[in-house]
Design a protein around this ligand. Structure first.
Ligand code: FAD
Ligand code: NAG
Ligand code: NAG
Ligand code: NAG
Length: 498
C-alpha cells in the first residue's frame, strides 16, 4: 500500500514539474544519479526541485518560459566546477551556467529537465588598489561591487540596475550610462579565468588565448564558464559625484519630449545618459514619461547640459547628487528596487538605434497608451529608451572585440510585464512587441534590425544578434572551443557561417 502510494506521488511530482508524461521520471532520476553518486568537496551543494534550496538557486528574474532542471549543482570550488562540466558533457546532460539569473531571452526555455550549474559560490569581490583592478567571481552582482570599488577611491562603467550578474552583463558587451566617459564593460575587462566545454581551465586575456578574449567580449556565453573576471578600474570623475534629474512629463508633452530626444541625434554630450520610461500612471489613468537624466562630471556643467529638458517644464523635477556607489539604487526615485523584483512574466523586444526618431517614439507612445487602456492586468509594462553617450565606446576599434554595435546611441526596450499565466496577454504582447520592434528598426539608422545580444528576444536572426561582420570568425571559434555546442541555450552561435 505505502509502496504504491509512493509511486503515485513520485509520478505526480514528475508530471507536475515537467509537464510531460511517461519517460521523464527515469530521465530525471538518471540525471540526478550522475551528480549524487560523485564525491564533492564540502562547499558543493546539490538540490532538487520541490526544495527551498533548489528554488533559491534557480529562481529567475523572468518567469516567462524559463529553463527547467532536474537538479541544481552549486560547485564550491573550481575543481568541482570542472568535474560538473565533465560529468554533464560525458553523459550528454544539457545544462545552463547561471550568474545573476537575469537573462530573459526566450531561447533559454528550450532547456528542459537539465542541469543548473549555479555559480553563486563564486562570489568574491577583490579590489587591488595599487594595480587599480577589480577581480570578481562569476556570479557577483553589480550591487556587490558598489561599496568596495567606491571606498577604494575608484569607479567603473556599469549597468543601470543593481541586480544582474556583472559577468553575465559583460559577456554580451555591457552597456550602461557611462559609455561616453568610460566605454562598455568589455572595454574595462582585462582577463578571465574560464572553464571550457572540454573541462579545461584557461586564462583568457589580450596575451593568453587572444582569439578567445576577442570572442568573450560580446559573445561570451557561447564559449565557457567564467570562474573569475578582472577589470581595470577608473579614476573617479568629479570625485564620484553624479548629478541626476528625475522628471515627469504628462501624455500631452510626449511630442515635445521626443522632439528634444531627437535633437540629440549624433551629438549626445560625453557625460550624459538619458533614461526615459514610458509608464502607466494609475492615479490619472494615462501613460506618462518618467525621465531620468544623469551627468557624470562637474555639477554646473550638468545643470547646463540639462537646460533644454528643464525648459520643457516637467510637472515634477527632482535634482539630486548621488555618490557613484548609491546612484543606481537611490537615483530615479528608487525605481531599481521595483525593476529588480524577480518572478514576473516579461516579454521583451529590444532594438538598437544609431539614429533617434521622434516620429517613431510618438507612434509607440500612442500604441502603448491604447495597450494600457485595453489590458489592465499588464499596466506594469513599459518602453524604456536608454540614450547613452558613446565617445569612449567608439574610441575602441570595432574590430577589437566581438560586440557588434559600438555606434548605438539608443537602446530601446519594449517590455511587457504581468503576473500569473495569461495566454491572451502572451499573444497580444507578442503581436504588439513584434510590430513595435519593426517600427523601431525601420528608423534606427541600421539597414536591418540590430539587437543587443544580451537583450535579444530570441527570435531574431544570427546577423541581427551578432552583426554580419563578426559572424564568420565567431563561428570558427565556436567550432574550435565548443564543437558540440554544449553552451547552446543563449542565442547560440553555429559552428559554421555562412
Ligand atoms: C533588470 C535588468 C537590468 C539590466 N540592465 C542591463 C544593463 O544596464 N546593461 C546591460 O548591458 N544589460 C542589462 N541587462 C541585460 C543583461 O545583460 C542580461 O540579462 C544578462 O544576460 C544577465 O546576466 P545574469 O548573469 O544576471 O543572468 P543569467 O541568466 O545567470 O545568465 C545569462 C547568460 O549569461 C551566462 N552567464 C552568466 N554568468 C556567467 C558566467 N560566470 N560564466 C559564463 N556564462 C555566464 C549564462 O550562461 C546565460 O547564458 C539587464 C537585465 C535585466 C533583467
Ligand atoms: C501621476 O500623475 C500625477 C499627475 O500628473 C502626478 O502628480 C503623480 O506624481 C503621478 N504618479 C506617478 C507614480 O508618477
Ligand atoms: C502625444 O502628444 C500629442 C501632441 O501633444 C497629442 O496630440 C497626443 O494625443 C499625445 N499622445 C497621447 C497618447 O496622449
Ligand atoms: C488576461 O489578459 C486579458 C487581456 O488583457 C484580460 O482581458 C484578462 O482579464 C486577463 N486574465 C487574467 C486572469 O488576468
Amino acid at each position: 500500500m505505502s509502496f504504491s502510494l509512493g509511486v503515485t506521488l513520485a509520478t505526480a511530482a514528475s508530471l507536475f514539474f515537467s509537464g510531460v508524461a511517461a519517460g521523464t521520471l527515469n530521465r530525471r532520476d538518471d540525471v540526478r544519479a550522475v551528480f549524487t553518486k560523485s564525491h564533492w568537496s564540502s562547499a558543493t551543494t546539490i538540490s532538487f526541485p520541490g526544495s527551498d534550496s533548489f528554488d533559491a538557486k534557480t529562481e529567475r528574474w523572468n518567469a516567462f518560459d524559463p529553463p527547467t532542471y532536474a537538479v541544481a549543482v552549486s560547485p564550491g570550488s573550481q575543481s568541482d566546477l570542472v568535474k560538473v562540466v565533465k560529468l554533464a558533457t560525458a553523459h550528454s546532460i544539457p545544462f545552463l551556467a547561471t550568474g545573476g539569473r537575469h537573462g530573459y531571452t526566450t531561447t533559454l526555455g528550450a532547456l528542459d529537465n537539465g542541469l543548473a550549474i549555479d555559480l553563486s559560490n563564486f562570489n568574491s569581490v577583490k579590489v587591488n588598489k595599487r594595480a587599480a583592478t577589480l577581480t570578481i567571481g562569476g556570479a557577483v552582482r553589480f550591487r556587490d561591487i558598489y561599496d568596495p570599488v567606491f571606498e577604494a577611491g575608484f569607479e567603473i562603467q556599469m549597468g543601470t540596475c543593481s541586480c544582474p550578474g556583472m559577468v553575465g552583463v559583460t559577456l554580451g558587451g555591457g552597456v550602461g550610462p557611462w559609455g561616453g566617459v568610460h566605454g562598455l564593460l568589455i572595454d574595462a575587462l582585462l582577463s578571465l579565468r574560464v572553464v571550457t566545454a572540454s573541462g579545461r581551465v584557461v586564462h583568457v586575456s589580450a596575451k593568453s588565448n587572444p582569439d578567445l578574449f576577442w570572442a568573450f567580449r560580446g559573445a561570451g556565453a557561447n564559449f565557457g564558464i567564467v570562474v573569475s573576471a578582472t577589470y581595470r578600474l577608473q579614476k573617479q570623475v568629479n570625485r564620484g559625484q553624479i548629478l541626476v534629474a528625475d522628471m515627469l512629463f504628462p501624455a500631452e508633452k510626449n511630442v515635445s519630449y521626443f522632439n528634444l530626444l531627437e535633437a540629440y541625434n549624433r551629438k549626445v554630450p560625453k557625460g550624459i545618459s538619458i533614461s526615459s520610461f514610458v509608464l502607466y500612471n494609475t492615479t490619472i489613468g494615462q501613460a506618462q514619461i518618467a525621465a531620468s537624466w544623469a551627468y557624470i562630471g562637474p555639477e554646473h556643467e550638468g545643470r547646463k547640459a540639462f537646460a533644454p529638458v528643464f525648459a520643457l517644464k516637467p510637472i515634477s523635477t527632482n535634482i539630486q547628487t548621488f555618490p557613484w556607489n548609491k546612484v543606481i539604487t537611490s537615483g530615479s526615485g528608487g525605481i531599481d528596487a521595483y525593476i529588480c523584483q524577480p518572478g514576473l512574466n516579461h516579454n521583451i523586444y529590444e532594438v538598437n538605434a544609431r539614429k533617434i526618431s521622434s516620429a517613431t517614439y510618438k507612434s509607440a507612445f500612442s500604441k502603448i497608451s491604447a495597450f494600457y487602456k485595453n489590458n489592465p492586468t499588464a499596466r506594469g509594462s513599459d518602453i524604456l529608451i536608454s540614450i547613452y553617450a558613446n565617445q569612449a565606446a567608439l574610441a575602441v576599434p570595432d574590430s577589437a572585440t566581438a560586440y557588434a554595435y559600438r555606434d548605438t546611441v539608443a537602446y530601446n526596450d519594449i517590455q511587457f510585464s504581468w503576473s500569473g499565466s495569461n495566454s491572451t496577454l502572451e499573444a497580444i504582447t507578442t503581436a504588439l512587441g513584434r510590430q513595435l520592434r519593426s517600427e523601431f528598426a525601420a528608423t534606427s539608422g541600421y539597414s536591418d534590425l540590430a539587437v543587443y545580444l544580451n537583450s535579444a528576444h530570441g527570435d531574431e536572426t544570427l546577423k541581427q544578434k551578432y552583426g554580419t561582420r563578426k559572424l564568420p570568425r565567431l563561428a570558427a571559434l565556436k567550432k574550435t572551443w565548443d564543437p558540440d555546442r554544449v553552451f547552446r541555450y543563449n542565442n547560440a552561435l553555429p559552428t559554421r557561417y555562412p
